[in-house]
Design a protein around this ligand. Sequence first.
Ligand SMILES: C[S@@+](CC[C@H](N)C(=O)[O-])C[C@H]1O[C@@H](n2cnc3c(N)ncnc32)[C@H](O)[C@@H]1O
Ligand code: SF4
Length: 434
Amino acid sequence: MLVSNSLDITQPYQGYTYSYPHKSTYRELTPIDLKDVWQKQNSAFFYVHIPFCEMRCGFCNLFTISNPKERVSKYIETVQLQIQQISEVLPDLYLQNFAIGGGTPTFLAVDELELLFKSIIDFGVNPQQFFGSIEASPKTINLEKIALIKEYKIARLSMGIQSWIQDEMKALGRPQTIETTLTAVEHIAQSGVEEFNLDLIYGTHNQTNKSFLYSLQKTIAYQPTEIFLYPLYIRKLTGLGIKNQKQSQHQFKLYITGRDFLLNNGYIQTSMRCFRRKEAIDCRPESKYSSITDNMIGVGAGARSYTKNLHYSTDYAVNRKEIKTIINDYMNTKDFKSINYGVALNTDEQKRRFLIKSLTDGGRLNEKLYKDIFDVSPFNEFEVLNELLERNWLTEIQPELYALNQEGMCYEDVIGPALYSENSKRLMQDFEWK
Ligand SMILES: C[S@@+](CC[C@H](N)C(=O)[O-])C[C@H]1O[C@@H](n2cnc3c(N)ncnc32)[C@H](O)[C@@H]1O
Ligand code: SF4
């Protein structure tokens, strides 16, 4: 049966689907043993979440708090405990590529960061062998931390700039001075770290084409390996959301400006948000890891874990008080060997996830693999894929291998939501935001 979904492109920013189903579909579960969830799964991407920042930005709804005070060292101890218990239950789990995210992992002091890196290595994550990434912010990164990241062979350092214009930072509710940004970017660019990525946001109400071009110009001067262009989303319970602030009316135009500027200045577009320096396009080590079909095991409060049938995490919140409670609960947890919050994926949800991961964030739609797994062609089941072909947004780059082209990539945030199931949409709508 064809599932019909026609794309509404009048609003190109409907939702960033970096994971499906969305976290707001997760609910309390009858406890399930970690061992049962991971049986027959022998490898995974590893993720550790550090839910601390030196500031709480007005646009940000990530699971993080500023000013965590004395919590940090207890938090790292808890991460170590969780790692140890996972190792006991899943001794044969083979960990491949990894990411240390947040929040802002470089909020940790140098000795705390080193302790974290050592724990991860003890867990079997090998930065010498696998590609790893860590997130930083301008105020928290320094030469000592960069040296440590290099020493531990973490290949990629990713940092949010957002804008090089002070008034735009103010409109974003991000208390970061341009001097701080400048020092941090210079340190990273000169450090010789294998890859570095800088994030920019477009769509604040006071941003113009000219001011965006200025930020882009400043950014490319440092030749980052990747530049991410994020459309501003104003979400519930965030600083900007509470103020009821609105995005620029020209957000899509800003995107085209940014995209074309980077394409004309030595960058290749790999997804709606990601632009990679031409010379760096083939320099990543070969990886067997596939974000479309492979598992992820997450550690820390707010970290998600994915297996084929189940996605799970700790509870989720945006409000500071609620996040603090969840972090405290995490730090008081003694038993990480069972799971009690998440969402189960039936075959329909698995298909949708496969397609969303294949069509967004630089994925490729492998029709043959889909047929091997699900015994049917996705084009026979999801009308939206035929619509993508009709609109000439999806190109067959090899037999049975498709990718969004430049026009299609403009609408990743329409295509992802068009593939959500009715059930997921209902769960998202019913979620009690706190
Ligand atoms: C984990 S943060 C990056 C690391 C670090 N915490 C920092 O802020 O510098 C991830 C990135 O997502 C983007 N982002 C987060 N929330 C956003 C929103 N509501 N709208 C647009 N971009 C957003 C920002 O560009 C941000 O740099
Ligand atoms: S954007 Fe980065 S620094 Fe700001 S609150 Fe979010 S995670 Fe923290």
